[in-house]
Design a protein around this ligand. Sequence first.
Ligand SMILES: [Fe+2]
Ligand SMILES: [Fe+2]
Length: 199
Amino acid sequence: MELTHPLNRTEFGSSDHIGNLMSEEQAMDLLRDWVKNEKLLFHMQQVGHLLKKYAESKGLPSQEVHLWHLSGLLHDADWDQWPDEHCKKIIAELEARNQDPRLIKAIASHGPRYFGVDPDSELDKMLYAFDELSGFVHAYSLMRPHGYDGMEIKGVKKRLKDKSFAAQVSRDDISDASQRAAVPVEDLIQFVIDHQLRE
Ligand SMILES: [Fe+2]
Ligand SMILES: [Fe+2]
């Protein structure tokens, strides 16, 4: 399998910086600076929101919830201006700002087929899992007359089988992420339906 954006590294950030996390406002400032594409910005906000809700549902302490939220918020920050350097650029920025290595590692492993870095922690795996699925369910909501209202797992699964619908979304990544996270794809879909940030 060819890696399109190989990072060729396994260590990210420094353990000296565990617990160093920028505020949500600082993350939004960085995004406003780097991301002109409103859809991409909203995608990151959606993934960040799902991770925040998931961390809360697990009863994690507020600092961890914030870590999960930031990982989603920033994971594609460099995609708009530097697609060829995705996700090297954001990793370098977060390292320069002495950010928590768990945040940087989660972002580095959000596309194992592209970056060649395996998701290890639960955060890594859930970022990978929600990334594609959030975008897919969002696309599905846009074609439904009442958006998310009345959306069911079976409708989402039917669209997943229809390869022409949202063709850019990798079905392989969705099932791979679900397996790695050991969370059935149906449960992931239901979580997205219940918690997705709406426009
Ligand atoms: Fe990405
Ligand atoms: Fe993404």
